[in-house]
Ligand binder design. Structure first.
Ligand SMILES: *Cc1c(COP(=O)(O)O)cnc(C)c1O
Ligand SMILES: [Zn+2]
Length: 429
């Protein structure tokens, strides 16, 4: 089966170049720039939306295969996509049992815990970044990672035939480490936290001609996160949720989901309902949420100390954009302690059958808090962004779930050992 369909307008005509988010200076496409020459501002891709109006319709998109390239005209790749043909199009689960528990009327879980091939939202950004790496002719790919990004780069790069270097801080969960090693990249643990790893990778990117997906390919990489937002809107029947709760690490996904909604409005694919954006961080690493709550113009970088290691970034690259969007949309930010994260992982698992990792537990716990505070009204639609899979962070909950029962393989043994433990359930079995 053909996993990608032809674009309605050639990408070469839609993609205009790059623009500095600080000063607006523009750069020609094809240049490997990623920061502005004048003020070191981050660059973003510019598209000619006029050319797509009336051509990129709901019907065209709906007729395409179930992967993230169904939105290819809004992604910065000019070559025929070959990477990520099975990534994206994850379930948007209508979470009625959880809604009832939280006392809200319309609740959805966007579930990237089952993304292909490495079970996190990073499979989206990596699909786009590695496609661009191929287009630029790179042979070696790399990244600074808190775990999930390394897993995704390793897997996609194995299939695409790149050489791969993964740089991670020490102390990650075993599931995250094995989840990269199995694809046989070079995995390098750095004595320090993520922010040290990131600084190191910036220096490496100056010296080695490698594609660091979240450093020198960052303008393209971040665009992949828009597909998370496009899918939410399409899966809601081309509507935007009124409230959306999103985890914040480096601050990539929240601003990209915001941009995805703006683009859909611009192209008349959805009606604007001015969604509120809410940022979720762990209490042990909450520079952005702290700044939002203090109504401060600046955030103070922190040293992370949380079980939510995948979002433990103390000095977020796109932190200012997150603060700005939370404010201007009427959203807010909240944080969750380690205990609240663990409780929220169990709540989501036990109401909706979705096992998320600690980052998802953070988002879930924060959504619950914001609803209890009334900052998210209980009669409006709400989307909670679940971005990673619990099987990778089992050590976080292993001591906080029930125990197995050991019996002999006889009915007597079952009745002797298990029946007395059934409690209320005993009445119905
Ligand atoms: C990377 C990551 C995030 C968010 O990171 P951003 O840099 O803010 O986009 C959220 N959840 C999980 C599971 C992640 O791996
Ligand atoms: Zn600039």
């Amino acid at each position: 089966m053909n996993r990608v369909q032809p674009p309605v307008v050639p990408p070469t005509e839609i993609i205009q170049g790059l623009r500095c988010k600080e000063c607006g200076h523009t750069y020609e496409k094809g240049s490997p720039s990623y920061v502005c020459e004048y003020d070191f501002g981050p660059l973003e891709v510019i598209y000619d939306y006029e050319k797509l109006k009336g051509k990129l319709t709901r019907e065209v998109i709906e007729s395409r295969p179930d992967n993230l390239w169904r939105y290819r005209e809004l992604l910065p790749v000019e070559m025929e996509p070959e990477i990520g043909l099975y990534s994206g199009w994850t379930p948007l689960v209508k979470a009625d049992r959880l809604a009832e528990r939280l006392g809200v009327s319309e609740l959805y879980i966007k579930d990237d815990s089952v993304n292909h091939p490495t079970f996190s939202y990073k499979d989206r950004v990596v699909s786009v970044a590695l496609s661009k790496a191929k287009e630029f002719g790179y042979r070696t790919v790399s990244c600074a990672s808190t775990g999930n990004l390394g897993n995704s780069v390793s897997a996609h790069a194995a299939r695409a035939g790149f050489n791969t270097f993964i740089f991670i801080p020490t102390g990650l969960e075993i599931g995250k480490i094995v989840g990269s090693l199995v694809y046989n990249p070079k995995v390098v643990e750095i004595e320090g936290n993520y922010d040290d790893v990131n600084r190191f990778c910036s220096q490496m990117a100056d010296k080695y001609r490698w594609a660091f997906v979240n450093v020198n390919l960052r303008p393209y990489y971040t665009e992949g996160a828009k597909t998370y937002g496009f899918e939410i809107a399409e899966q809601l029947g081309w509507k935007l949720p009124k409230n959306i709760v999103i985890p914040v690490a480096g601050g990539t996904i929240l601003p990209r989901v915001y941009r995805s909604f703006r683009e859909l409005v611009e192209l008349d694919l959805v009606e604007d309902n001015n969604p509120r954006f809410f940022a979720a961080q762990a209490a042990g690493c909450s520079p952005i949420v702290t700044a939002i709550k203090d109504e401060s113009e600046v955030f103070k970088p922190v040293k992370p100390d949380t079980i939510a290691k995948s979002i433990a970034i103390g000095n977020p690259a796109d932190g200012y954009e997150v603060m700005d969007i939370a404010r201007k949309t009427g959203g807010w930010g909240e944080e969750a302690t380690d205990e609240e994260i663990i409780e929220a992982i169990k709540l989501l698992a036990q109401t909706e059958g979705i096992f998320t990792e600690t980052a998802g537990g953070t988002t879930m716990a924060v959504a619950k808090k914001l609803i209890e505070q009334g900052r998210i009204p209980n009669n409006e639609s709400i989307a909670i962004c679940i971005t990673g899979n619990g099987m990778k962070t089992q050590e976080a909950v292993a001591n906080h779930v029930g125990e197995t029962h050991l019996i002999k393989p006889t009915v007597e043994s079952f009745e002797e050992v298990c029946l007395p433990t059934l409690g209320e359930m005993g009445a119905v079995v």
